[in-house]
Design a protein around this ligand. Structure first.
Ligand code: UD1
Length: 378
């Protein structure tokens, strides 16, 4: 039914991993803002949490800090091999979508939860909208596979940048006369919305966060590593950690559970400059990011946080799906050898790169809600 004539519309968001909670939060706010407008078609929005992430620091804390509504259900898929994890998701999401038949299934980013949501919705012939569509790193890692498959199964592709739009067009998605009537819309980066909405709250956490870890503003580096490409190869993990532990300032290192499990096997030196700590909540993480001299990371979300907060970034991978940050000199590809990491950290980063932000204006979530409403009329 067209949104214009419907008495209400039903949307389901599928999330399960830490960065997806960050992307979901502004979308929930934008839906609330829409629903509070007199005369608007009410949006009934519910959240399916796959339970891919289940530790308090990686999941629950994000719901409370970002005031995300309670998920309708938590499928508790937990950890496992890719096959087991994705299979559990498929089995547990299917009856929910089949019964509910929402007007839109909304998926976010590039995790296994994204892939499972896309696959099932497409099989059930339900329209899928992909938030953060069109990002490409050009490698063969699980996240890139998830991005490509999810995009090709989606009907509405919500791109964070013009480059992402171009990537989709190159793959034939959203071209004129697309037989599957897919639509591509450049809405900007919803993580920019999240950051702008929480920046002031994060500033209130700065002093507490610095004191807690005994750090001085701009006199430390911040490190995160969790990608399978860096953690599952213990030699590579050791090289990265050894390079970080030899840096000239303390290195605050919130350790992801995946990385924690592999630390012992890596036999990396956890002394020197490294300061391993438990994963941080969203607000504490923003506070730690703001005051770092430089950020070293393999996370896509943290690369962009660094960019928006004007903190130089070194990406601990050979490629990134956020090439705009590299093009303007805000981000350097550090790879995974001691020399390449050291050189990237020592190199000068350009200044004032925020003169033009390629990821929209921080109102992506409102545009997403609008696109979903308009596209369901067609
Ligand atoms: C996933 C996403 C990645 C995203 C990241 C954010 C995929 C393929 N990868 O990676 O794109 O950037 O989330 O964090 O979906 N674990 C815990 N507690 C938890 C969660 C995970 O102990 O709450 C451990 C488990 O041993 C698990 C391992 O971490 O096997 C990896 O977790 P998984 O969800 O498979 O992938 P991430 O590395 O977190």
């Amino acid at each position: 039914m067209s949104a214009e004539h419907a008495s209400s519309v039903r949307w389901i968001s599928i999330v399960g991993a830490r960065p997806q909670f960050v992307k979901l939060a502004p979308v929930c706010r934008a839906i609330e803002a829409h629903n509070s407008q007199p005369g608007s078609v009410p949006i009934e929005h519910s959240i399916i949490h796959t339970g891919q992430h289940y530790d308090r620091e990686l999941a629950e804390l994000f719901f409370s800090q970002m005031e995300i509504p309670e998920p309708r259900c938590n499928l508790a898929v937990g950890s496992g091999t890719h096959g087991t994890q994705i299979a559990r998701m498929l089995e547990r999401i299917e009856p929910l979508l089949a019964t509910e038949k929402p007007d839109w299934v909304i998926i976010y980013g590039d995790t296994n939860s994204t892939l499972a949501g896309a696959l099932l919705a497409a099989r059930l012939r339900l329209p899928v909208a992909h938030v953060e569509a069109g990002c490409r790193s050009g490698d063969t890692e699980p996240e890139e596979q998830n991005r490509i498959v999810s995009d090709h199964l989606s009907r509405l592709l919500l791109a964070p940048s013009e480059r992402a739009v171009e990537n989709l067009k190159k793959e034939g998605l959203g071209r004129e006369h697309d037989p599957q009537a897919r639509r591509v819309a450049m809405v900007g980066d919803v993580m920019y919305d999240a950051l702008l909405q929480n920046r002031q709250l994060a500033e209130k956490c700065v002093q507490r966060t610095l004191e807690r870890f005994n750090l001085t503003s701009k006199q430390y580096y911040l490190l995160t590593i969790h990608r399978a490409e860096n953690t599952d190869d213990v030699g590579r993990l050791r090289r990265i950690l050894d390079a970080a532990s030899a840096l000239d300032l303390p290195v605050l290192f919130p350790v992801h559970p995946r990385t924690q499990q592999l630390l012992a096997a890596s036999r990396a030196s956890l002394n020197g400059s490294l300061r391993p700590v438990a994963p941080l909540g969203y607000l504490e993480m923003l506070a730690a990011e703001m005051h770092a001299r430089k950020i070293l990371t393999d996370s896509g979300g943290v690369q962009k946080d660094a960019f928006y907060l004007e903190v130089p970034c070194v990406t601990l991978r050979d490629k990134t799906e956020w090439p705009e940050t590299v093009a303007v000199g805000a981000n350097r590809i550090g790879g995974s050898t001691a020399e390449s990491i050291r050189a990237a950290v020592a190199a000068r980063h350009s200044q004032d790169w925020l003169t033009s932000v390629p990821y929209g204006d921080g109102t992506a979530a409102a545009k997403i809600v609008n696109e979903l409403l308009v596209s369901s009329q067609n």
